[in-house]
Design a protein around this ligand. Structure first.
Ligand SMILES: Cc1cc2nc3c(=O)[nH]c(=O)nc-3n(C[C@H](O)[C@H](O)[C@H](O)COP(=O)(O)OP(=O)(O)OC[C@H]3O[C@@H](n4cnc5c(N)ncnc54)[C@H](O)[C@@H]3O)c2cc1C
Length: 216
């Protein structure tokens, strides 16, 4: 564990040996992930939705349709969780089975992004985080921008849990004849498939995207 917890409510209690509070270490997990599960309280009860995101050193940007219920309800505070599964950890008992993972929990009250320049920059950051092809795209139109809600969640109250390594078995199982160990999860992008209405042949910049590691 490095650094100090950022707040009492983001202090890891269970499995505290896996806690990580260093901002650069947490940012590394956020930059490696693709999907945040974002939770809010709504008038109809709790709601957690998977969303694309992008990060700066200071904020996590989330975007969606103007009518998106989660983004509208975010004023009451949100919790965004990013999870990277790195492998299965198989112990001698189901009780000790676990996973290797990197996960981050960000809690806070987001602000609505209304400034035109910041909105464009936020969309660039989200697009480049997920795909990395902003500069090769037609810029968003005014109507597309009007239809999009963007919020910025501050990155000043967050925690990470990171587990690596083999299973931990109980002493009572030391001589038990059950296999134990790890199965690493290896993910990869497939080859790009050009759409029938593509207006261009596959550029090398897009082909290169498929060579990027998943969850590096
Ligand atoms: C892929 C995966 C699968 C998991 N499966 C299970 C499961 O099946 N059952 C189970 O009980 N637990 C599971 N966990 C662990 C789970 O995420 C919690 O850490 C654990 O359940 C403790 O919850 P708690 O409320 O007691 O945590 P507490 O330690 O009381 O949480 C306090 C604070 O610690 C931080 N925190 C807690 N968990 C995490 C986390 N995972 N990542 C970053 N920050 C965190 C948050 O800021 C939270 O507000 C899994 C984790 C991952 C990544």
């Amino acid at each position: 564990m490095t650094a100090q917890p950022m707040s009492p409510r983001t202090t890891v209690r269970r499995g505290a040996s896996h806690a990580e509070y260093g901002k650069s270490e947490i940012l590394a997990v956020l930059r490696a992930g693709q999907i945040a599960h974002v939770g809010v309280d709504t008038d109809e009860g709790p709601l957690v939705l998977p969303m694309a995101y992008g990060v700066t050193e200071d904020v996590m940007y989330l975007h969606g349709a103007l009518a998106n219920s989660l983004l509208k309800a975010g004023g009451n505070g949100v919790c965004a969780t990013v999870t990277l599964l790195d492998g299965l950890v198989i112990a001698k008992t189901s009780f000790n089975n676990t996973m290797n993972y990197r996960s981050v929990v960000v809690r806070g009250t987001p602000r609505m992004v209304t400034d035109g320049a910041e909105r464009l920059e936020a969309l660039r950051i989200i697009t480049d985080h997920i795909v990395g092809n902003w500069e090769h795209l037609r810029p968003p139109s005014d109507s597309e921008l009007r239809a999009t809600r963007i919020i910025a969640l501050p990155l000043d109250e967050m925690s990470a849990k990171i587990r690596t390594g083999p299973p931990v078995n109980d002493d009572v199982d030391a001589d038990a004849a059950h296999w134990c160990g790890e199965i690493p999860l290896v993910s990869a992008w497939g080859s790009p498939v050009t759409a029938p209405d593509s207006g261009a042949t596959l550029p090398s910049s897009i082909a290169a995207l498929a060579d990027r590691p998943v969850n590096p």
